[in-house]
Design a protein around this ligand. Structure first.
Ligand code: SAH
Length: 368
């Protein structure tokens, strides 16, 4: 049972994944953590890439039933950062020696084509940072313009591969999952380093769904894969009527952590060269060891939050997200400790994924 070679045999892959997702045997699980950690060490090494997360606006026109900043949540005080504030946060990232900033926001008119184009151009001309966008869905022409302006990467989760569950969580969307998958393929074609991911423990989600999520990653040619636990937000339809949305796979925080860890480890085994963040959501449900758990089962990226504290509190997609009052420096010290305690190193530079490098490497022709 659970022969790692089965991962590479299409007919056996699904059973291999399901066996791991089902098992509660701690002795066997130690093997999974070890295999994922060894794969990470062999393929992407000890380096941890730090990305400064800047949550540039919480304005949103979407109704995602799990998200605390959904359009109709009237208790959220809305904000949008000015260009000079975004640039200041980017400079902070540079001063901490981070190689990348991630610009994240809800979907709204604030994220206008021109504004983002200008922000990208300014960051690229005034800093040496790589720019990742996490701004949801936009027309191809817009994505192309942002790429031309200098954006390097795009991160957009498809959230779940189960079409029915996706619709249940986003009933305002017509064919929503397919639209997201289509954009992910477009991003790849446009030359973005492309990231996606899912939430674990959504109500109504099954182990088969998670297995399908893992397999779908493979058909999207992803460079980065982010996996975090779903955290119930009281100000959302799921928070208010959890039973309507179905049972969740995890009845305790420990089970949710374990299942998230398994998904990260299996992602590393299936797609050895991708970048995998230790997500803030995991560090939120386990503040003392969330990052460490992820780092020890395959993750190689952390995204410290560089949103100015007065805005950070207002970007509460799940409870506890923005409550940290730590300064960027204090946060950096804690994360550096975690990294050191896991025997790992903080990388310098932009830190593209090995998968992206392998795919775009132009062999140098040697003539005898
Ligand atoms: N508007 C952007 C950014 C969304 S926020 C976009 O559409 O891509 C980034 C991610 O946070 C989401 O993709 C989702 O996976 C996650 N998220 C949202 N609500 C959450 C919750 N309640 N618990 C855990 N993760 C959540």
């Amino acid at each position: 049972m659970m022969n790692p070679a089965d991962l590479h045999i299409p007919g056996k892959r699904r059973k291999f994944i399901m066996d791991w997702l089902k098992t509660r045997n701690e002795r066997k699980l130690k093997n999974l953590w070890r295999m994922a950690d060894q794969t990470r060490e062999a393929v992407v090494g000890k380096d941890i890439h730090l990305r400064g997360l800047i949550e540039i606006s919480n304005l949103c026109n979407r109704q995602c039933f799990y998200c605390g900043i959904r359009k109709v949540n009237k208790s959220v005080e809305r904000y949008s950062m000015r260009q000079d504030e975004i640039l200041e946060a980017a400079r902070l990232a540079e001063s901490l020696d981070y190689g990348t900033v991630v610009l994240q926001a809800g979907e709204s008119g604030y994220v206008s084509r021109d504004f983002i184009t200008e922000v990208i151009s300014v960051i690229k001309s005034e800093t040496g940072l790589a720019v990742t966008l996490s701004l949801g869905e936009h027309p191809e022409a817009v994505l192309e313009e942002w790429k031309t302006a200098g954006a390097d990467r795009y991160y957009m989760r498809f959230e779940t591969s189960n079409n029915y569950l996706f619709w249940k969580l986003h009933p305002d969307r017509n064919d929503g999952l397919n639209a997201r998958l289509k954009q992910l393929r477009t991003l790849d074609q446009l030359g973005y380093e492309t990231g996606s991911g899912v939430m674990v423990g959504l109500p109504g989600q099954t182990l088969e769904d998670l297995c399908n999520d893992l397999l779908l990653f493979g058909s999207l040619n992803l460079d980065m894969i982010g996996i975090g636990p779903f955290i119930k937000h009281p100000g959302t339809p799921i928070g208010q009527n959890p039973d309507y949305f179905g049972k969740t796979l995890c009845s305790s925080r420990a089970e949710l952590e374990l299942l998230t860890g398994k998904m990260i480890a299996l992602t590393r085994l299936l797609y050895p060269a991708v970048n995998i963040p230790a997500t803030t959501a995991l560090a939120t449900i386990n503040s003392s060891s969330g990052f460490k758990i992820a780092l020890q089962c395959g993750a190689n990226v952390i995204m410290p939050n560089l949103t100015p504290p007065n805005y950070r509190r207002k970007y509460e997609i799940y409870p506890g997200k923005g409550c940290s009052e730590l300064t960027a420096g204090e946060q950096h010290a804690i994360i550096s400790d975690d990294i050191q305690n896991c025997g790992r190193l903080i990388a310098r530079g932009a830190g593209p994924s090995q998968h992206f490098i392998d795919e775009h490497h132009q062999p140098i022709l040697e003539f005898a």
